[in-house]
Each structure stands twice: as structure tokens, then as C-alpha cells.
Design a protein around this ligand. Sequence first.
Ligand code: PLP
Length: 452
Amino acid sequence: RPTTAELRALDAAHHLHPFTDHAALGAKGVRVIDRAEGVYLWDSEGKRLLDGMAGLWCVNVGYGRERLAQVAFETMRDLPYYNTFFQTTHAPAVELAAKIREVTPEGMELVFFACSGSEANDSMVKFVRYFWNLQGRPEKKIMISRNSGYHGVTLAAASLSGLTPMHPQFDLPLPGFEKVDAPYWFRDGGDLSPEEFGLKAAASLETKILELGAGNVAAFVAEPIQGAGGVIIPPATYWPEIQRICDKHDVLLVADEVICGFGRTGNWFGCDTFGIRPDIMTMAKGMSSGYQPISAVVLGGRVAAAIGGADEELSHGFTYSGHPVTAAVALENIRIIEEEDLVTRVREDIGPYLQQGLQSLADHPLIGEVRGIGLLGALELVADKATRSRFPADRSVGMICRDHCFGNGLVMRAVGDTMVVSPPLTISREEVDELVRLARTAFDLTARDLGV
Ligand code: PLP
């Protein structure tokens, strides 16, 4: 087995990493993760890390679930592969589709499988186009999404994404992808109350629809809570107003549930938490807790009726759509979420407990806002609490803090100067206490570095 040094050398020579500044890695090289159990990771040097991010917001049932390994083994032994093309199916795909239907909101009907959140969103854009074509309204093509949104990296998904660094390297967004405001009260709210600001942010959608012409707008796509944009919790007024605008202008409403889905916000989906009635949902991550790469697009109401009832072959699908092993693992993962009642646990017990723990950090001189729902949380680092003013971007305060977290044994992610958390839904109260304690130490060390 290669040593850590050998792995680092091979990695530097041959491995092109996603979302990594390779030049900045320097001699230190990458961190090598060896194993994981519960909410903890161990690196190749034996250091233990509390994973406050559940990997990339995905390991909802925690690491080390033997049951999932067992189901993967048995399915791989009995039916390692077969496709779902050309009037063929198999039990894992069928049972998973039925289970997804069971846990999604009323009105959701048809489940299409893909392998990643990006593929689900890319497929969704095609389904939106197909729906309007079937309605005889092919001019309804423009997709509207939001600044600070993240929907993945394929050409269409990156075009939907509103995190601007994702665009210039690839000459994106593609034509026909428009952006509106994020409901980011702490940054953009000024003197408005959160409720007033929620309406203002939603109004930017109506303004955009009117500017483009409602007859040209196909869909509005949004995460119930923007995750990678910095855990941006919309004010209570925001989603009802968005729903009203989409209904009024006959614009499909698409909920990207890739982070919010499968219990993260204390309900099965973010749509349940905010009372959103989507036409289409996309999901991934917590669907298999990251144990296998699988995602889905779920079509509801008139979209399901039109596409499901079309009298022609659907010319879309992946070799691995509904792959038996990924589907069987996702199904078993959802059964674990049900059996352990993790959704209720997040809503009534561990979610409020985490939020209370994060709020206890609000007195720290660096922290301008603490916000969160369920097991999603964000702590904004600011130069001045009263004016909410930020540190200059080139000071990379979030990165300094993230490195102190790592140094301390805690994985927290930095989105600019916002520190975000999204631990496994199985995290215990003692582990939450540890997370909060380690975070405070990291904030203290960051403040010391900054001379605050
Ligand atoms: N949508 C949301 C809301 C996400 O957070 C992500 C990934 O973080 C994606 C889509 C893309 O998923 P994937 O990385 O599986 O392609």
C-alpha cells in the first residue's frame, strides 16, 4: 500500500481535482482521507476530523452503514447491471421510484433517474423544453434562476448556477439562462426588515419575467435554501410570493432539492418546509447518503401528464439511469431514514439543538449573523458587527478560519467569509457540543491572526 507521501506525489502528478487551485497546493499537497465512521473521518496520518459537512452535504445517514454495503454487495452479485431503456426494468429501480413518490409532496408523479445533481438538472432543462413543446408553446424557453444559486457543472446546470466564478473559464452561461436576486437579507437587506426584503427579492423575478415577456419564460429554478451560495435562508415572505408570481405568469416552478432533500431541513424536502408547490423537483446527495452516485428528476401534475402521456419515445436517458446497485442502495438508505425517523429527529430534536449551539457563538466578535434551519447552518464573519461590513476579500478570512477548523479537527466549509455546516442527520448532542466547541476555538484563532 502506498505511503501518504507517495500518494501525494502521484496525486500531484496525475490527478486533476474538481474545484481545486492546483498551483496553490504547493509542497504540502492534498489531505488523504483514509476511513470514516459515524460523523468522523480519519486522515492517513491518523488525525480524526468531525465532519461538519457530511462530505459534500450528502452523508445524511452517517458513515459506516453495514446495511448499505451489504445491499450493494448482494445487488452487485445478483444483478450488477441492467438498463431501464426499451421497455425494460428491474425491481430496485421500480421500488425506488415508488418510494420517492411516497416521500415527495402530493402531486409528484414520475421519477427519472440520473447519476448526479448536475445530470438531474441538465435533464430537467430538457424536460422543461419538452413540456412546452408538447403544449405547442416552443417559444417558452428561457430558464430563470438566481444569483448565488448552485445547480451543478454540466453546461446547462452551470448556466443555471449563479456563482459567477463558474462562468468565465467556460464562456457561460449559455444563451437563454437569466438570473434574478437571491433573498440574501444579511448582505443585501439594508434597512429593510427580512419580511420586506423577502418581497423585494421575489419581485425581481416578476420584473424579469415582464422584461423578457412571460410567453418566453419556461421555468424558474431555485434551491429552497441556497446551500453552496452560503446557506441563504429566505425570509418567510419570499416563497409564497415566488409561488404567486410563477402561477400568475404560467412559469414552471422547479425546486432543486439536491441539498435540502431527504431530511436536511427537518422535513423530507425543502418544499415541505416552505410550503412550495413545485412542478418539478431535482434531488441527489441525501438520496443515497452519497454511498452511490444517484439522482432523480421528479415530474408533477401537468408536466408528468404531458411527458408521461406523450405518444412517442422519450429520446433521453443514461446508460446508468436507475442502475440496480445505486437504486438498491438509495432505497435502503431511505428505509434507514424512515426506520430511524431521522426527519422528525432533525425537526424536533437535533436540528433545534444544533441551531441553539450555533446561536451560542453569536457573541463572538467575528460573527455578524448566525442563521440556519434543521441541520443546515451558517455563521457570517464580519469586520464590524454593527454595520455588517465585511473584511476585504483578499484577506481570505473564511479560508483562514476553515484552515483553523481543519487544524482543530473539524470540517467546516467557507463560502467567502461565511462558514457553513451541514452534518450527518445522525449527529448526537455530544457531537454537536464538540462541533460548537471546535468552531469557537477556530474563530478565536482566526480573530488572533486578524488582530481582532
Ligand atoms: N444542485 C445543488 C443544490 C447542489 O448543491 C449541487 C452540488 O453541490 C448540485 C446541484 C450538483 O450536484 P452534483 O455535484 O452531484 O452534480
